[in-house]
Design a protein around this ligand. Sequence first.
Ligand code: SPD
Length: 350
Amino acid sequence: MKRFIIAILLVAVLLAATACSKKARTLYVFNWSDYIDPELVTQFEKEHNCKVKIPTYDSNENMFAKIESTRESFDIAVPSGDHVTLLAQKGYLEPLDKTKLTHWGNLDPKLLEKAKSFDPGNQYAVPYFWGLTGLLYNKKNVPEEVLKSGSWAILGDKHFSGKQKISMLEDAREVVGAALVYKGYNINDSSPEALKAASEALAIWDQNVSQYDSESYKNEVADGTTWLGQAYNGDALQQMELNKDLGFLLPVEGTSLWMDSMVILKSSQNKDLAYDFINYMLESETAKTNADYVKYATPNAEATKLLDPAFTGNPLIYPSAEYLDKCYMIEFLGDKVKAINDLFEQIRMN
Ligand code: SPD
């Protein structure tokens, strides 16, 4: 009898220990806001008997600062190309073991080639989405007449004078980048001449800008508190689906082009689960469903084949080759980025 009780106690201890170790399986995916279909996350949790937490950020700079201060808190992050380079240079990223990514082959080889510009040898980054930045507007507040030039100059239009009804992103590379492209410079040009030209445009636009913000403008353009906001294309299209008064344009001069990628943090405590999650996001059906939800262009060639032609034919998601020729990938600039950041601070603080 005594032996029987001891056996039962042992089984109970073992069961409790297993339950505890299962409880510990929580994956932290540090992601941009509005950048993943929550139903896909729930499905992954069920399939892998784990919890996935998705803390969010609204700029690469905020993501980087948080990772620098609390690295061990995250397993996966989703930086843009220039910040993949920065994180890799700082030694924060885990080199990918591609044998664990059985769906890696679904990625478009041409886009993987492009990703080598920020991640030589595709060593760390699994392309997630790519996109462009433009202007989201409410047709009730911004007449056709004001929009017809299709230019970044709309930000300085007299229609907005004294009204403070414009928002721009809280993103130095995007804000200064828009002014650089408008003035005919490469978005990665940080020379004094280029930044002087950009600052002239920014000084004019800033008079109409009420806030530099990457989140609240989305609802505000929808409810008319803000009339027009600089916006990432997918975020704008998500809002347009909810509100037929909204429109989005990609400025005629060209704009920024960026690719965000999933990376595994070297300090991750759940590397196997992180690989499972990334591999799951690479499945063609998952990637297709995710693209449909977030409304960004997927670098997953197999998923692209499954998307509705109305999606892949939408020039606000997949612009023409001619338009893309006028766009600039935001590149890692090393110390040179300081001049761009300083100009942004100067404009937004004045
Ligand atoms: N809500 C998702 C936003 C994704 C933005 N991607 C990167 C922009 C880089 N400037």
